[in-house]
Ligand binder design. Sequence first.
Ligand SMILES: [Zn+2]
Length: 111
Amino acid sequence: MSGASRDRMKLAADLVSRGATMLAEPCPDDGGIQVRYRGKVYCTSHDDLSAITKARSVSYDTVVAQMREVLLARLNETAAALGTERDPAKQDQLVSLASKYFDLLQKLPQK
Ligand SMILES: [Zn+2]
């Protein structure tokens, strides 16, 4: 196997890890490995795949970790605001907000 085709294999595997499906049929034009991604078929040999690889360079785990941090920070702020808020209507808003943050936190996959 040449270095170039090894790179193609690596690229195809990388795309699969981003949610693409490797197709059994090779590209009819050049025999390259084909993958299906979000309903479109791409050839790893002749199609420009940079759109896929760039657009999805963030991993799910990274987003989850970031989301958890943001939610915790917001929950903390909301709790602090609730502690000093005297208006019942605003307290109600804050409690509802905190409840949503909390729900979302619970839905995140636990490490
Ligand atoms: Zn092709």
